[in-house]
Ligand binder design. Sequence first.
Ligand SMILES: C[S@@+](CC[C@H](N)C(=O)[O-])C[C@H]1O[C@@H](n2cnc3c(N)ncnc32)[C@H](O)[C@@H]1O
Length: 347
Amino acid sequence: MPTAVHIPVLLKETVEALSIQPGGRYIDCTAGGGGHSEAILEHSAPGGQLLGIDADPEAAGIARERLARFGRSALIVNDNFANLEAICLKNEFEPVNGILFDLGLSSLQLGETGRGFSFKHGAPLDMRFAPGQTISAADIVNKYSEAELARIIFEFGEETHSRQIAHLIVRARPIRSTDELADLIGKAVPGRGRIHPATKTFQALRIAVNQELEHLESALGQAVKLLGNEGRLVVISYHSLEDRIVKNFMRREATGCTCPPGLPQCVCHHQPRLKLAHKGVIVPSLAEEKANPRSRSAKMRVAERVINNEEFREDSERLVALTAGKTSGWKRPEKLSMIYGAAQNFN
Ligand SMILES: C[S@@+](CC[C@H](N)C(=O)[O-])C[C@H]1O[C@@H](n2cnc3c(N)ncnc32)[C@H](O)[C@@H]1O
């Protein structure tokens, strides 16, 4: 059972960035201990609704309990945010006014002794967010080739000693526990100040076990489709690999034509679906860093949905077909008002 308490990071900034309105509808893709979700529900009252998602059944349970006082305004789903669109369609929860990702692990998970996320507690090499996932850290450590291990540690841990560590691991197999692995790396690799030499390898294994980068990339694409006009996308990341994905995604989606320079006319017809609500990143204040050291590496990026001409046309055509009785099953009437809200912007 978790012993730690999770303090939500950049809480005030998240509420502002989501531009929360009473009666609004929001998704927290990483409900965790329920801290951000609770603030979203408080600020969107009266009438606000929240769909919270967490891949970890225990985290989903904790969030559900914390949010019970909001009754039917809060729905918590135990699933991976890689399935974001399907979850929303199943629950008829779209379009929405804002979507939050607060990535990585909660202090509750780090504090749990049996999950293998931290090398501070001796535990089996697990690291799965959900018990149903097929690959654990033990599988990667004990079964993958030396070259594949080195690649994972280098790419997902940005560890410059990746080959040396992979070589050591393969020679020491089988490795069963987190402390065995941390000791092995600690003896061979120089420490970096206060950072344990195994930190980057543990990050790499966790990312690989949970396919974190692929899932993030996929979920961001789905999130944009679920946002109504002027809906906010807010992402808090904790390491450079995540932040790079978020930055590149938001920039790409905020760009118009992506044709190579020199073409006489645009052939890509790419239209922006987002605009950047803040040019750079939002980081915690010194006071927050002091009060919650875990917040130190946090970077928040915020973008706002813009419905472009092409999307507007597509939805209008669907509406015309619906009105003429040529199609049925329009389950998302609010989308129309959100999109028509945008119509005045078009000429
Ligand atoms: C930093 S914590 C979120 C804490 C939360 N914002 C709060 O205030 O308590 C991140 C949470 O995201 C969950 N998570 C990470 N990756 C996920 C994914 N792909 N799908 C769903 N949940 C995920 C983790 O299980 C963890 O509970």
